[in-house]
Each structure stands twice: as structure tokens, then as C-alpha cells.
Design a protein around this ligand. Structure first.
Ligand code: BDR
Ligand code: CA
Length: 320
């Protein structure tokens, strides 16, 4: 039985790897990609998603544009740190083909709402960027929050943030939106820095993609080498790059990759703690726990699955 999935991406490098993981997983049917801002502008992310789908021979998968900036802000500009980590084009200046498909006319918000109505429990929504578009779907249709099954890359509960001592990058872009998601969505699995910084990739693995000599292998290697190099500067103690977004897709395929802690979450919105994910004290004694936070991960098994799926996928693209 395949599971249907929608990826909500701010298509930078690890989002691209998450997309490749979904395409390389026969357990998943990717029914659409929605595009948010974050690592890049919405239009850049959407274009990257279309081009990556083209590269891997899946231009049939529809791509929808999401909300372009946080509701508390007038607009959005890419942060310097995002550009440093993901490059100007979002994929480490790696080359991508010209997409033949166009972005859909339907908005990402309407596509998400309609998909949950149609597919219910058969569908997983996997956001790997700021929560703005998902929060907009929650506000527009209460049945979305009630019925959506969300596996998201965001936050961190037991470790410091990666853009401030308390905030992780996706939550930091729109803390109000992630707070709405935690307050209203009834089934959220949070794959945060607690586990994504335990799944690291090095040049040793990207070499295997380059050795394939295919267009897909070269793209994965070029983009990921750029990302590893950025990590060498920003977090040299890790000795590799964090596979944040692919781990969320990995858990969507196989939840047994992580150990989950059930709780109710909130995001701090004020002062120095703005952007921090923490247990919601007002719901501490609620029997229902709507959030499931990954605190442990089977690193070895995930890395094996990751390499197997992406290498097989890249091997099927034409020789460069
Ligand atoms: C998250 O922030 C983005 O830069 C990455 O794509 C990932 O989704 C990690 O904090
Ligand atoms: Ca992302």
C-alpha cells in the first residue's frame, strides 16, 4: 500500500534532497508539491521544484505556489545566512534543466485543503519550510486542522536553535504560523534539530553520486557539496551537513526510524524567546497530545535508506 504525500518546500538544498527522497520511495505517491518562501522566494522555490521534477523525469507532479510572506510582515527578503547556506539560486548554484511544466493556477492553500478533504487518513502533509501556508489552510478551513496528518521539519525541543540560541530557521521565519499549527492541528509529528543534527552527510557519500556520471547524480553531488561546505564554516563541529528535510520524508515513509515523545506544543512569540518551541503549559494535563516530537533517531538505518533511495533515483537519469 502506498501512502499519498504532499511536500511543502522552500526549495533549498535539503528540501531538494527531501524531494528526491520522496521520488525515490516506492512506498510514497507524491500527489503534489506546494512552495513556500524561506531559503528562497516562493517563485524561486517553485521553479526549483519544477526543475528537479523535470530532472528526475516526473514533470507530471503538480506544483502550487504558497503564501509569499508571514502574515505579520509586509514582504519577504532572503536572509544573508540562507543565501550563504543554499546559494543564490537555492540549490548551491548547481545546474538544473529548464522545466517544461508550469506552476498550477490553484493556490497551495486550496490544494492542501481539497487534498485533505479528498484523501483524509491516506494523506501525509510534509512541510519543510516556514509554516505560513499551512497556517493559512488551518485558518481557512477548520476541518483541515482536524483531519490533516502532518510530519514536519521544524524547531527543536532539547537543543539550541540554529538561527538564534532559541529559534530554528523554519519557525523563526513565522513563529505565529507555527504556533497556530501547534495549537490547532490534531496530528503533528515534529522532526526538529534534536534528530536532524544527528543525520549528517559528508563528501564521502556525495562522491558516490558523482561517480554515477548521470545528470541526476551530478546535480545531487554539486548541490550537496555546496551545502557541506557551508556547514564546514557555520558548524564545523558537526563534520557534515544536516539532513533536516529528508529525515521528515524518511519518517513519513517509516515512523520506526525515530522515537517519539507525545506532548502539546507552543511557540514563544515575545522578546528574546521569540521562536522557541516548548511544551504548552496550559495543555500539560490534557489527555490528548497533538504533537509527537522525535527525540531519538536510528542514524545508521536512515543514512542507509537515504543513500539507497537517492542513488537509485540518480542512476536512472541520463548520462551527463
Ligand atoms: C531548516 O531550515 C532550512 O534552511 C532548511 O531547509 C531546513 O528546512 C533547518 O533548520
Ligand atoms: Ca527547508
Amino acid at each position: 500500500m502506498t501512502k499519498k504525500i504532499i511536500l511543502d518546500l522552500d526549495t533549498g538544498i535539503d528540501d531538494a534532497l527531501a524531494l528526491a527522497y520522496a521520488l525515490g520511495s516506492e512506498e510514497l505517491e507524491l500527489i503534489g508539491v506546494t512552495g513556500t518562501y524561506g531559503n528562497v522566494l516562493v517563485e524561486t522555490g517553485v521553479r526549483n521544484s519544477l526543475a528537479i521534477l523535470e530532472l528526475f523525469g516526473r514533470p507530471d507532479i503538480p506544483v502550487f505556489a504558497g503564501v509569499p510572506h508571514a502574515s505579520t510582515k509586509e514582504g519577504f527578503e532572503v536572509l544573508e545566512i540562507s543565501e550563504f547556506i543554499h546559494g543564490k539560486n537555492g540549490v548551491g548554484e548547481a545546474e538544473l534543466p529548464e522545466p517544461t511544466a508550469q506552476v498550477q493556477d490553484t493556490s497551495a492553500v486550496d490544494f492542501l485543503i481539497e487534498s485533505v478533504r479528498t484523501h483524509g487518513d491516506d494523506l501525509i502533509i510534509c512541510p519543510t519550510g516556514p509554516s505560513t501556508t499551512i497556517a493559512a489552510a488551518i485558518e481557512k478551513d477548520p476541518s483541515f486542522a482536524e483531519n490533516a496528518h502532518i510530519v514536519m521539519m521544524a524547531g527543536g525541543l532539547t537543543v539550541p536553535g540554529n538561527v538564534s540560541p532559541v529559534a530554528e530557521a523554519n519557525v523563526n521565519q513565522d513563529p505565529e504560523a507555527t504556533n497556530t499549527l501547534f495549537a490547532k492541528a490534531q496530528d503533528v509529528t515534529m522532526i526538529g534539530l534534536d534528530v536532524t543534527l544527528q543525520t549528517l552527510l559528508t563528501y564521502e557519500e556525495t562522491k558516490k553520486w558523482r561517480e554515477l556520471g548521470t545528470t541526476g547524480g551530478n546535480f545531487l553531488a554539486d548541490a550537496t557539496d555546496y551545502y557541506i561546505k557551508a556547514y564546514d564554516t557555520t558548524a564545523p563541529h558537526l563534520g557534515g551537513c544536516g539532513l533536516h528535510d529528508p529525515l521528515a520524508v524518511g519518517v513519513a515513509v517509516d515512523p520506526s526510524l525515530v522515537e517519539l515523545f507525545d506532548t502539546n506544543l507552543k511557540v514563544d512569540l515575545e522578546g528574546e524567546l521569540r521562536g522557541r518551541v516548548i511544551g504548552d503549559e496550559t495543555r500539560l494535563n490534557d489527555k490528548t497530545k497533538t504533537a509527537h516530537v522525535a527525540l531519538g533517531v536510528d542514524t545508521e538505518r536512515f543514512l542507509e535508506e537515504f543513500m539507497r533511495r537517492l542513488t537509485n533515483l540518480a542512476a536512472q537519469t541520463p548520462q551527463a
